[in-house]
Design a protein around this ligand. Structure first.
Ligand code: NAD
Ligand code: WQD
Length: 339
């Protein structure tokens, strides 16, 4: 059976992907420095799958440690690279930290992969590369222009995409799949793994669930004067388990050499845009729990509306995000209650 290295595999999206990979029969080794996740996540994965994934507490930018890992696991056939710092606001405060971690990690990983002749990498990119698409590009497909990033975090995703494309140009054996995620939400239906925000959540869903649980007084809805039907911002919220499944398909595609293109890009979204107020009201409706909120001013740097055209992923990968919003929100609530 093929072994896949999952960097950032104890993180939010990584842990759900490890579950799907293992349940699909892959051997996995996780590399994570636990800078934004807990070792206990391995217990959750083991409880779901019935087997503990191999794990190494290593920083991806530590060449020596990474090379030793590849020596030990000489059966690694592909890599999914989730490891990165991801807090947009923090990246504005500490840009060097973000450039060093997110770019240094990828360069080191590619160097080690090259030295060990590992030729397949799936990379976690983001819809942030599109910025605010103009109305002609909504829903946004993979051909929409990349726009100047609004944060150092967003810039690291753009630069990483370029590094991967340049390296693929130089190394004709390298295969790269860039997955541009929209807004991942929800938790595994078992409630054994889920999102573990550090401190005050910046993202909408964890803030909603923590407010519903009484941990926060009220949700602040950032703006109701946008050019959208109810005035609040629109996003494409995708279930983390659906997202995880797309990674299994991407890995198989590489191992089975299904594509002649060296670099492929896929949007991973539902194709449906939902406003902040729609998410909030649906959450209240399906859980029966009240979520106090107030409308406040706009948050700096927010995009007004963006949602995916996932046609390419649907047709080429044969993947579709199918979980109803109601079920996704219930999974997030079940996870919050467990916490
Ligand atoms: P996360 O913080 O939960 O997971 C990232 C993991 O990487 C963490 O466990 C962290 O400890 C680890 N890590 C960070 N730097 C490392 C390093 N140098 N060496 C080893 N491990 C390191 O984040 P997530 O939400 O699961 O995101 C995973 C990936 O998807 C990231 O690359 C992120 O930028 C990208 N992404 C996330 C979202 C989102 O909204 N969650 C959207 C688009 C793209
Ligand atoms: C969603 C909507 C907020 C919190 C960020 C990154 C992006 C990507 C995904 C990685 C917005 C509103 C939020 C709150 C609110 N990550 N909101 N009150 O901004 O789409 O994207 O995460 O690549 O790069 O920027 O996600 O969850 O922060 O916000 O009203 O307390 O919820 O204004 O409209 P966003 P989010």
């Amino acid at each position: 059976m093929s072994r896949i290295l999952v960097t950032g595999g104890t993180g939010y999206i990584g842990s759900h992907t490890v579950v799907e990979l293992m349940q699909s029969g892959f051997d996995v080794v996780i590399v994570d420095n636990l800078s934004n996740s807990s070792i206990d996540v391995l217990d959750g994965i083991e409880a779901i799958v019935g087997k503990r994934p191999d794990f190494a507490n290593i920083d991806c930018s530590d060449y020596v440690a990474m090379a030793e890992l590849f020596d030990k696991y000489h059966d690694i056939e592909g890599v999914i690279h989730f490891a990165a710092s991801k807090a947009v606001g923090e990246s504005v405060e500490k840009p060097l930290l973000y450039y060093r971690n997110n770019i240094g990690s990828l360069i080191c990983l590619l160097e080690v992969m090259k030295a060990h002749k590992v030729k397949n990498i799936v990379f976690s990119s983001s819809c942030t590369v599109y910025g605010q698409p103009d109305s002609a590009h909504l829903p946004v497909n993979e051909d929409a222009p990349i726009q100047k990033a609004l944060s150092p975090y967003g810039n690291t995703k753009q630069i990483n995409e370029e590094i991967l494309a340049d390296e693929a140009h130089a190394d004709k054996g390298l295969h790269v799949i860039l997955l541009r995620y929209f807004n991942p939400i929800g938790a595994h239906p078992s409630a054994l793994i889920g999102e573990l925000p550090n401190g005050v959540p910046q993202n909408l869903l964890p803030f909603v669930t923590q407010t519903a649980a009484g941990l926060r007084k009220q949700l602040r809805v950032f703006g109701n004067d946008y050019n959208t039907p109810d005035g609040s911002c629109i996003r494409d919220y995708i279930y983390v388990v659906d997202l995880a499944k797309a990674h299994v398909i991407a890995v198989r595609r590489q191992l089975e050499k299904k594509s002649s293109e060296q670099v492929e890009v896929f949007n991973l979204g539902t194709g449906k845009g939902l406003s902040v107020l729609e998410i909030l009201n649906t959450f209240i409706k399906v859980t029966g729990v009240d979520v106090p909120y107030e409308i406040v001013g706009r948050r700096e740097g927010d995009i007004e509306k963006v949602w995916a055209d996932p046609k390419k992923a649907n047709e080429v990968l044969g993947w579709k995000a199918e979980t109803p919003t109601e079920d996704i929100l219930l999974s997030a609530w079940k996870w919050q209650q467990k916490l």
